[in-house]
Design a protein around this ligand. Structure first.
Ligand code: CTP
Length: 226
């Protein structure tokens, strides 16, 4: 099989970008994810021949050429609905999104006003873990997670792989110059029984290397089950 066709005919779902959790009509909780890594992975998966569905949080990025479907969402709950619909019958799910861990318990449909009673206290509730929910499905696609780590990258990544029941985890080194929002990145890939470091490179190059490793593990798993 040629490298270019490593994912020919394979249905891949990718979530990307941040989620925004609305507080009232003008305010939200968000994070600094740009979506660049996820969009680069979508591009690389298309180059590898995959049929790609891209579920995007609020990002300012054009759809990579050849992506079969793009679904734009805003909140974690919307992203979860879109992902659950898309993974039905999919072969591979790659969770690159920086899903907000919390949303406000009660959205205010009116703009919250300043007043004599002082600053409001926001009650937060935890968002569902989309990645863990996909991994818990039967049947389920080959499931790849991302993790942002600042220290003890390999140990934290291995723990997360096991806890969430993943087939592969790509751990991001994050500090001021690399990772979130940056153009460069480095990844530590972990899977049950193995690991590999992908050294610092552009997100496009890393995405290509990552997709090649995902394709190899995905096909190895298929062969093992046959
Ligand atoms: N994820 C998800 N749904 C959430 C939270 C995270 O699908 N509600 C996914 C992300 O898309 C990513 C992985 O889970 O693939 C990140 O796992 P997480 O446990 O959030 O790790 P970190 O972001 O590294 O945070 P922490 O180490 O604080 O747990």
């Amino acid at each position: 099989m040629s490298r270019e066709a490593a994912l020919a005919g394979v249905r891949v779902v990718i979530d990307a970008g941040p989620t925004y959790e609305d507080i009232d009509p003008v305010r939200f909780l968000g994070n600094r994810s740009s979506g660049k890594m996820g969009f680069a992975v979508a591009d690389a998966a298309v180059q590898a021949g995959a049929e790609v569905t891209l579920i995007a949080g609020p990002v300012a990025l054009p759809t990579p050429a050849g992506v079969a479907r793009r679904v734009d969402v805003r909140s974690a709950l919307q992203m979860r609905d879109a992902v659950m619909r898309a993974v039905d019958g999919a072969d591979i799910f790659i969770a690159t999104a920086a899903v907000a861990d919390w949303r406000v318990a009660e959205y205010s449909s009116r703009k919250i006003k300043k007043g004599p009673s002082g600053a409001p206290v926001l009650e937060l509730v935890e968002n569902p873990d989309i990645l863990a929910e996909v991994a818990a499905r039967t049947p389920r696609p080959f499931v790849v997670g991302f993790a942002a780590e600042t220290d003890h990258v390999a140990e934290h990544a291995r723990e997360k792989l096991v806890r969430k029941g993943l087939d592969m985890l790509a751990a991001n080194h994050v500090n001021e110059n690399i990772g979130i929002g940056a153009d460069d990145n480095a990844l530590e890939l972990i899977w049950p029984g193995g690991s590999e470091s992908l050294p610092r490179a552009s997100k496009a190059e890393l995405a290509k290397a990552l997709v090649a490793r995902i394709a190899a593990r995905f096909h190895a798993q298929l062969r093992a089950r046959a």
